[in-house]
Design a protein around this ligand. Sequence first.
Ligand code: NAP
Length: 504
Amino acid sequence: MVADVSGQHGGAIDAHARRRPRVVIIGAGVSGIASAITLQRSGFDDFVILEKGSDVGGVWHWNHYPGLTCDVPSHLYQFGFAPKPDWSQVFAPGPEIQEYLADVVDRFGLRPHVRVNAEVTAARFTGSGWVVETGDGTRYEADFVIAATGVLHHPAMPELPGLGEFTGEVLHTARWDDTVATDGRRIAVIGTGSTGVQVVSALQPKARQLTHFVRSPQWVIWAPMWLPQPAAIGVALERLPRVNRALYQAGMTGARLFTDVVTRPSWRRRAVQEYARLSLRAQVRDPRLRADLTPDYQPLCKRQVLSGSYYRALNARNADLVTDAIETVTPTGIRTADGRHHEFDLIVFATGFKAHNYMRPMNLTGREGLSIDEAWAKGPRAYRMTAIPGFPNLFTVLGPNSPTGSIPLHHAAEVTARYIAEWIKRWSAGEFDTVEVTETATARFESEVSDALEPTVWNTGCNSWYFTEAGTIDLLPFDRSTMETMLAAPEDVDFHLRTVPTDD
Ligand code: NAP
C-alpha cells in the first residue's frame, strides 16, 4: 500500500520480477476516479487517492447550488466502463451525478484507497519518485503522482468595494450553504455563465425580487433541461447492455458534430449560431430587454450556455436585469454606476472559477528544485495535456489544454489515464526509473495547438474563462480521434527515460 514515510510499503521487485508501483492520485473527482479504476484494471493496486473535500465527486461534490443540472446529456456524461442506464432526466440534476460518482467509487472498491479531508499541500520529486504531503503533515512516498485536480475548482470571488460592510448574506455558488433561505427574499445574482443562468432560473419563482447583474450577456441556447427519461427506458437499457453501449457510442459519434462546430468554421457552425440568435429573439419580445441581453460576440465563443427557463425567469414581474457596472456594495445592497441603489437580503456570486490554477497553490517541486509556479510562469502547459518538462513521473489528467469545451470529459479522462497506465506498466517491467517529457516535444505540442486554435470559435473575439492570463486559449482544438491517437501509446522520442543508480 502507498504509505506515509514511516509506514511499510510494497518494496521493489516481486516474484515475477515486476515492480509494484506506488501511485498517489490527487483528487477524487471524475479524473481521479477514472485514473484509479484504470490503474486497477491494469493490475496495480498500490495507490491512494488524496481528496481535499469531505467526499468524492470533485466539482459535483462542491457544487450544490439550486438549479444545478448538467447541460451535457447524461448518457455521455458518464464513464465508458460504468454505464448508468437509468438516469432520471436526459440532462441529469447535479445530486444524481454526485450519487453516480459515489456509487462508481463503491462498486469498484475504491473507498479503501480514498483519504478525504486530505488536502495535498506539497509534493517533491526526490530523484527517483515523489514525497507528497497533506495539510495534517502526513507524508506519502510514491513512484508516480497523478494530478487529477480539476479545472473548475477554485471559486473566483471579485473584490467588490464595500462587500465586507454588507449586512445581508453572501454566497458563492460553488460553496453554497443549504441553510441559507432564498424564498421570499430580495436576491442579487452576479454573473451570467452556465451557473448564473441556472441559479437565476431556480431562485426566481420563489424570490420576492431577483436582480441579475450581467456585465457581458451570454448567448443562451434553448434546450429542454427538464426532459425526463422515462423509467421504462432505464429498465430496458439495464436489460439490454448492448443497446445501452450502442447508445453511448452513438452519443460519442454525435458529439463529434459539436467538436466540428467549435473547431472549424462551416455552415454547421453558422446554423448553431443562428439557433442561438433565434433562441433570444423568440423568447424575449421586449426590445430593450432583448438589446440588453444581446452579446457583442459570436455565439459559441464562450462556453455555450443552455437553458429552457432563463429568459422566462427574466421576463417575470419579480425579476430585473441590470447591466450597469457595480460601483460599490453598501450595507443594504448594491449601488450601480448610474447612481441607483438596489436593496438586497442576499448576494449570490455566480462569478466562476480561477480555471488555470490546476494543482496550485500546492507547493509542487520537480527536478532540481523547479517549482510549478516557475515552470508555469507564462501560463500552464503540458505535453498532450498530461506531462510537464521538469516533473518526472508526474502526469496530469484533464490538465492544461484538455478538451473541456469540445469532447466528452469522462472519455478524455479515461484515454489519458490509459496512457499514463502504459508508462507505469513499463516502469513496472523495469524499463526505466524515471520518465520526463522533453522541452522540445512540449514546445512542439504547444505550437501545434496554437496553430489549430486559429480557426476555432473560441478565438473569434470574446473574453472567457478559456483564456489564460497570458492570453492563450486553454483548450484542445483537436477532434476525438486525434486526441485518442496522441494518447494511444507513449512515444519514447519525446521523453527522457532514466535509470537511477542504486547504492549496491
Ligand atoms: P463563468 O462562465 O466564468 O461566468 C462567470 C460570470 O461572472 C461571467 O458572466 C462574468 O462576467 C461574471 N463576473 C465575473 N467577475 C465579475 C465581476 N467582478 N462583476 C460582474 N460580473 C462578473 O462561470 P460559471 O457560470 O460558474 O461557469 C463556469 C463553467 O462551469 C462553465 O462554463 C461550464 O464549463 C461549467 N458549468 C457547467 C455546468 C453544466 O451544466 N455542465 C453548469 C455550471 C457550470 P464576464 O463575462 O463579463 O467576465
